[in-house]
Design a protein around this ligand. Sequence first.
Ligand SMILES: NC(=O)c1ccc[n+]([C@@H]2O[C@H](COP(=O)([O-])OP(=O)(O)OC[C@H]3O[C@@H](n4cnc5c(N)ncnc54)[C@H](OP(=O)(O)O)[C@@H]3O)[C@@H](O)[C@H]2O)c1
Length: 299
Amino acid sequence: MKKVLIIGGTGMVASRFVDLAKDKLEIVSVDEKTLDIIDNTAVEKYFTKNKFDAVINFAAFTNVDAAEKETGDETGLTYRLNVLGPKNLAEYCNDNNTFLVHISTDFVFPGTEEEPGPYDEDARLPETPVGIGWYGWTKNRAELMIQNTSTNYAIVRYGYPFRAAPFDLKKDWARNLINLYNEQKLYPMFTDQVQSVLFVDDLVEPLVKIINEEISGIFHVASSDMTTPHEIGLYLLGKYTGKPVELQKGSMGEFLKAPGRTPRPRLGGLKTLKTQNILNLKFKTWRAMVDEFVSQLNT
Ligand SMILES: NC(=O)c1ccc[n+]([C@@H]2O[C@H](COP(=O)([O-])OP(=O)(O)OC[C@H]3O[C@@H](n4cnc5c(N)ncnc54)[C@H](OP(=O)(O)O)[C@@H]3O)[C@@H](O)[C@H]2O)c1
């Protein structure tokens, strides 16, 4: 069994991955207190004592609106955690022949009319931050840095992850949707946003395969098809309540025009065909992911 270090293991996506992959990989999961990846000395010290076949970096500053307040500030936490932390890991892994899996996002792309998605694995990584928020830009710079630093690495992108297993620290979009619906506080759902989603449990098989076979490259692990927040909201709440629901319609294009909005991909989404072919796996549609989510909520 491969011995794998999970960084950011207490996070929303990683904690579920750890639960489901622990009989497939020998996992050591750390949080910030055990290993602060921003601190290069701490990283060197940790790896002097502990050796791994692979490292998966889930750690990131993920609050997109809070990150936006640090735009342009390379001394801010967002840049340090999302770029300098991965740099420390990439340098260590490269020098010690350790396979690095870096978790990334569709927010590295602008998703604008000018440069619309859905993007495939070989899509050109934007070289300017036009249309991209600070969170996405720092994740973009980390990808570039890893590609320039590392030889034995995988970058795994996904967007809009959701999980059925309870997680109290942070609500994903699906949990938010259900809560707001139950509280009758649901806002209009966008009909003009293109997105792919990921049921977190479906990350396990691809990621374990990438690690076990040390397959290098850029991978998209996501639903095999695209949806909109309105479409998936209708479907999810219909399944969850067992009856057809009605949702107000909204426009992300209009929403983003208001002053002070954080840029987010409107025409986003990740194509997965290349990843499915390389890994010889068939990814679920977003409907099948939602079906599994609701079925787990009901058991
Ligand atoms: N959530 C999304 O919608 C989404 C979408 C696409 C991609 N992603 C990517 O998926 C990954 C996981 O996202 P998530 O939302 O599950 O994360 P999350 O819940 O925000 O968790 C972040 C993790 O990073 C750790 N961390 C913070 N500062 C650290 C440091 N200095 N050194 C080491 N670890 C540190 C945290 O540990 P402590 O709790 O100890 O601070 C926590 O375990 C990220 O790379 C993110 O960019 C997320």
